[in-house]
Design a protein. Structure first.
Length: 241
């Protein structure tokens, strides 16, 4: 049972402890609007590797990422694929006012999502300008991040790319973490082959740079996939930012 106070009064139980309500698009909704949206909301978990959305398929529902990491890929006409982004809580999965998806979304780790019908959200956006504004802010932030990543891929060294990749995960993997975060621990959401694909490197280069960061005591690696960063400032220096 959730204790009701001035901050939770009238809020659906499903939404009380949700990070998307505070920092995601649902933060623009008042209690009555949250109740309306929650009537058609579905909260569910997906295991690693589960396809959440396929390119060219009709989009019927949107989702808030509540936990875990979602991998976004773009497929060319000949079947080749490219990882084009990662999403973390409380990112919004989907693109309003678009009938078909242009990307494939896959659970890179075990994820939890909160989904709702596309028509319900689009209708609410027309009725609630703050919701549309919040979604626009989030999409513009994603655009800024994509531009920063273009710089990383085009101008940074292999060592800086790996450090930037780890820094991105460290700063986003915990939706409750604030800007004062000084250390982080996480499992890599991508295999070394996928990291190489994402960063435009070879698998050997990825492994070599991770080993170098470990040898310089910037990171610790447990069981080949668990990364511990005791000092994010040191990792940031290595990223070239």
């Amino acid at each position: 049972m959730v204790r009701e106070d001035i901050h939770t009064k009238g809020i659906p139980v499903l939404c009380v402890s949700c990070e998307a309500r505070h920092r995601g698009i649902c933060g623009a909704l008042n209690p009555d609007q949250l109740v309306t949206l929650s009537r058609s909301t579905k909260r569910y978990k997906a295991e690693t590797g589960k396809e959440l959305m396929s390119d060219t398929e009709s989009v019927e529902r949107f989702s808030n990422v509540l936990s875990g990491v979602v991998k976004l890929t773009k497929t060319l006409s000949d079947g080749r694929q490219q990882i084009v982004g990662l999403q973390f809580a409380p990112d919004f999965l989907g693109r309003p006012f678009q009938a078909e998806s242009t990307l494939t979304a896959e659970a890179a780790t075990n994820v939890e999502l909160c989904s709702f019908p596309r028509q319900a959200l689009e209708r609410m956006m027309k009725e609630q300008p703050d919701l549309e504004h919040r979604l626009l802010e989030q999409k513009l932030r994603e655009l800024d991040q994509a531009r920063d990543w273009m710089v990383a891929l085009g101008r940074k060294t292999a060592a800086e790319k790996i450090a930037s990749f780890l820094l991105m995960i460290a700063r986003n993997i915990d939706p409750a973490a604030g800007p004062e975060l000084r250390a982080a621990a996480f499992d890599l959401p991508l295999s070394r082959a996928e990291i190489a694909d994402f960063l435009g490197l070879t698998i050997e280069t990825v492994s070599r740079q991770l080993t170098r960061l470990r040898g310089n005591n910037v990171i610790r690696i447990d069981n080949n996939r668990h990364i511990v960063v005791d000092d994010l400032a040191r990792l940031e220096v290595r990223s070239g930012d």
